[in-house]
Design a protein around this ligand. Structure first.
Ligand code: DGT
Ligand code: CA
Ligand code: CA
Ligand code: ZN
Length: 580
């Protein structure tokens, strides 16, 4: 088992012990040990082999054994037993934002609640508000947390959904009966989260395709198994529909089930205005009996031909949100959307210096294998102590390390030294001006005091934007998709300030953030806002998240010129120097 997974289990153990009301020292041994392990720069395997794990400060004797067992076997009886000894309802409650082990234990002790439903009832009846240390505000917060949790459970991150969809799609395409296969719906539109998958296949022999689909190894439940439509649920809860249509319907079905509903409505209206009714089956003449005019439908074998028939340029799926794309397609004014291959490097990535899991060398190596010319590092600053943030002194030391790395010539990838500097609650910055000046660039982010009022938060972020050292604003709403709502902030004012101060707003490309949201980019970019696609990678594989960032940029109608990462290393250095 790798180090990251071991860290997760140690953290789990700490929470479970908290739930059981174990003594704080024991709990801290696990949570502290997890942190030490997480930020350890050396290779875990090598340390274990050398028998040195026990001599690391913060890893007590009780942990050494367990870490070694996990590392070699991937299992730990102590952990399994501990999980079994706690009511599953209590473990579920930990998912409610704001409820940690201590609070769940208190609720359980005082009210004997053992399920989320029981907790909900206790909030509504006023019992929770009456507990010392809770009050009406906490009860309300728990209730909205429960409601969010239910809504969150219905959807999945795009990145995860794609991982489930790709092997199915490839499998479908490999079947001899399948002529064409696509994944439609929100996945194809590159939405940040996906409710269910929608596969569209053209085939004249649907039955074997259906049978193959419902028999896939990842399928845990078959909810429909029909002649031309089947629905299944995969491990992890994601559902999928498969529809098989004859070849002449494929373009229409693909277009219809790609959506969005709003886009479909606009398309149908446009067809009607021209005397046709458009549906998932094809195009029919509106008048007389409404029958399908097969000669029209038959001549349309692709979405492109369908758009053309209606006098439109082809609209990329990610723009089909009913937000004016038909108007632009009619006047041939659709943007030349940015593509993954336009990206020449990425900013805002972490190393083992703060909470990342790879060194400068390893991150640069990964950037090289992605074909990047440069890599921007941006570790946390000291106020993010839980992430082992860097003091001024450590920042300056890292600047030297990066300079030496670049000068050594060992990598074709140029490393830009940056920082992800905390914006303190009053809007001042976590590092000295002289430190910030020594860097190539700085990303400023909020990581604390999330519950400030909208006025306070907006003023706080704008103050940071106005600081001359600020070049980028990190994850501007702090949202964690399907987990944490954005903090309150007036983003229009923030965007205005960013434009006025020549500050870039990032697309945080971590699939759990995708912040700033795609809905805001089109207008902001028109007004002059610059974008950077920032993977916020904490390990070498995280650099791949840049693709999710490109998705957001495309959904936001951005072209290559709106995005700093499409410039070469010299162009980027020039932007850092002149901001233009
Ligand atoms: P999701 O699954 O919630 O992430 O979002 P979608 O967009 O994949 O929605 P889904 O799976 O319910 O349906 C796929 C597409 O089918 C949807 O984007 C548009 C089309 N569609 C579904 N229901 C309707 C409808 O009532 N009217 C119209 N015009 N289109 C619909
Ligand atoms: Ca869907
Ligand atoms: Ca669906
Ligand atoms: Zn951050």
């Amino acid at each position: 088992m790798n180090k990251a997974d071991i860290v997760d289990i140690l953290e789990d153990i700490a929470v479970l012990l908290e739930l059981k009301g174990e003594n704080p020292f024991k709990i801290r041994a696990y949570s502290g040990g997890a942190r030490v392990l997480d930020t350890m720069e050396e290779d875990l395997g090598a340390i274990i082999e050398a028998g040195e794990l026990g001599s690391i400060k913060g890893i007590g004797s009780a942990l050494v054994d367990k870490i070694e067992t996990l590392h070699s076997t991937g299992e730990l009886e102590y952990y399994t037993k501990l999980r079994e000894s706690v009511a599953p309802g209590l473990i579920e409650m930990l998912d409610i934002p704001g409820l940690g082990g201590k609070k769940v234990k208190k609720l359980h002790d005082e009210l004997k609640v053992e399920s989320i439903d029981a907790l909900k009832a206790a909030c509504e009846s006023g019992e929770v508000a009456a507990i010392k240390g809770f009050g009406p505000k906490s009860a309300e917060k728990i209730l909205s947390g429960i409601a969010n949790r239910a809504a969150y459970a219905m959807r999945h991150h795009w990145w995860t959904a794609r991982e489930v969809a790709m092997p199915i799609l490839e499998g479908l395409r490999a079947l001899s009966q399948v002529e064409r296969a696509e994944a439609a719906g929100s996945l194809r539109r590159l939405r940040e989260t996906v409710g269910d998958l929608d596969f569209i296949v053209s085939s004249s022999e649907p039955q074997p395709v259906m049978d193959w689909f419902v028999g896939q190894p990842g399928v845990t439940e078959v909810t429909a198994h029909g002649a031309t439509k089947s629905s299944v649920r995969f491990e992890g809860g994601l559902q999928a529909d498969l529809r098989v249509v004859p070849a002449e319907q494929f373009a229409f079905a693909l277009h219809h089930f790609t959506g969005s509903k709003e886009h479909n409505v606009a398309m149908r209206q446009r067809a009607l205005a021209r005397g046709y009714s458009l549906s998932e089956w094809g195009l029919a003449e509106k008048s007389e009996n409404g029958n399908l005019k097969s000669e029209i439908s038959d001549s349309i074998r692709s979405e492109c031909e369908l758009f053309e028939f209606l006098g439109l340029a082809e609209i990329a799926p990610e723009l089909r949100e009913g937000l004016g794309e038909l108007e632009s397609a009619e006047s041939k004014a659709l943007p030349q959307l940015i593509e993954a291959k336009d990206i020449r490097g990425v900013f805002h990535n972490h190393t083992t210096a703060s909470d990342g899991r790879a060194s400068i060398e390893e991150m640069a190596g990964a950037a090289e294998s992605l074909g990047f010319e440069y890599l921007g590092l941006a570790d946390h600053s000291k106020a993010s102590f839980q992430a082992n943030g860097l003091s001024d002194e450590r920042v300056l030391k890292q600047v030297e390390q990066i300079r030496a790395f670049n000068e050594s010539g060992e990598s074709p990838v140029h490393v830009f030294s940056g920082i992800e500097c905390d914006i303190l609650p009053d809007g001042s910055l976590d590092l000295e001006d002289a430190t910030l000046d020594a860097l190539d660039y700085a990303v400023m982010s909020v990581h604390s005091s999330f519950s400030q009022s909208e006025e306070e938060m907006t003023a706080r972020v704008i103050r940071a934007i106005e600081h001359p050292a600020t070049m980028m604003l990190g994850h501007p709403t702090g949202r964690i998709l399907l987990r944490r709502e954005p903090y309150k902030i007036d983003l229009q004012k923030v965007i205005d300030a960013a434009i006025a101060n020549k500050v870039i707003i990032e697309i945080n490309a971590n699939p759990h953030r995708l912040d700033m949201d795609w809905r805001l980019w089109r207008r902001a970019a028109e007004r002059g806002l610059m974008c950077a696609i920032n993977p916020d990678a904490h390990d070498t594989t995280g650099l791949r998240y840049f693709e999710a960032g490109v998705n957001v940029a495309r959904k936001g109608w951005l072209t290559a010129r709106h995005v700093l990462n499409t410039r070469g290393a010299t162009g980027v250095a020039k932007w850092f120097a002149d901001r233009e």
